[in-house]
Ligand binder design. Structure first.
Ligand code: SAM
Length: 254
């Protein structure tokens, strides 16, 4: 079996269309090699000799289609990413409430949700946190809450001591987020393009480092879907490097 299989422009176009249809992400032509590399392993696993064959496979094998979409999403994340947002919650939200519902929309492996959970649990306020992502693999990882020790780096020292349990033996080099936090949390597989997402109303929605993958039209659709789940006066927190002010959100009805 050859390890380098050509991806023609025509084949790439088929994947562009299906990825856009399923999760709303438009893969620019510059992403051709990324797609080729990320899917190559699957072709080898199934002993396929062309991307057209793999495309045909995902038409009839639903699980493989899910796997393909999982491989396409970019899941980079880390604890207490963009600390300014956590400082905002700590200093400008927590002192004025006794309970909070928070949604980590596009939560990846869950570390954003666990970062908020550590903060809220440590402040002794009641909370419920839902994490969701379109990628089924990362949702499974989020539920387990086991991470490489190097991911502890940005967790404040007091929270690290209180909520991170270092592994031994088979778990050497890993740490488990204290399961006490998960009693107030839930991780679910959700597509932000689904206009029927109904998770109840939230005080705060984290929608960070995900809009960047979408066209303005899709961003607007996502924001509309998110706002349906936001309490009046609630906050949507987007990444420090993302903007939503240029979008046409004038027709939003809450
Ligand atoms: C770069 S990660 C951001 C994780 C986290 N919010 C953070 O800021 O660290 C982007 C996540 O968005 C998810 N995603 C992409 N398209 C999505 C969609 N249509 N619905 C829900 N999640 C999506 C990806 O699977 C990925 O886990």
């Amino acid at each position: 079996m050859k390890n380098d299989i050509e991806l023609t422009d025509k084949e790439f176009n088929l994947f562009q269309k299906i990825v856009f249809k399923e999760i709303g992400i438009f893969l620019e032509n510059s992403k051709k090699f990324l797609l080729k590399n990320r899917l190559l392993k699957q072709l080898l696993i199934y002993n396929l000799t062309s991307y057209s064959d793999y495309y045909r496979l995902i038409q009839v094998n639903k699980n493989e289609k899910i796997k393909m979409l999982n491989l396409i999403t970019t899941n980079e994340t880390y604890f207490f990413r963009e600390k300014r947002h956590f400082d905002f919650i700590e200093n400008s939200v927590i002192p004025f409430v006794d309970k909070l519902r928070v949604w980590s929309a596009a939560c990846s492996t869950g570390v954003e949700a666990y970062s908020v959970a550590m903060l809220l649990d440590n402040s002794n306020i009641k909370y419920e946190i839902i994490g969701s992502d379109v990628n089924t693999d990362v949702v499974k990882k989020a539920n387990i809450g086991l991470y490489p020790v190097k991911m502890m780096a940005k967790i404040p020292e007091d929270l690290k001591i209180k909520y991170c349990l270092k592994g031994k033996g088979n778990y050497e080099g890993l740490f488990l987020v204290d399961r006490i936090l998960i009693t107030n949390m839930d991780f679910q597989n959700r597509n932000l393009l689904d206009s029927h997402i109904d998770l109840g109303l939230f005080d705060i929605v984290f929608l960070r480092n995900v809009l960047i993958y979408f066209s303005d039209e899709m961003k607007e659709k996502i924001i509309r879907n998110v706002i349906k789940n936001l309490k009046v006066g609630g906050y949507i927190i987007v990444s420090l490097t993302e903007h939503i002010h240029e979008l046409d959100l004038s027709l939003i009805h809450i």
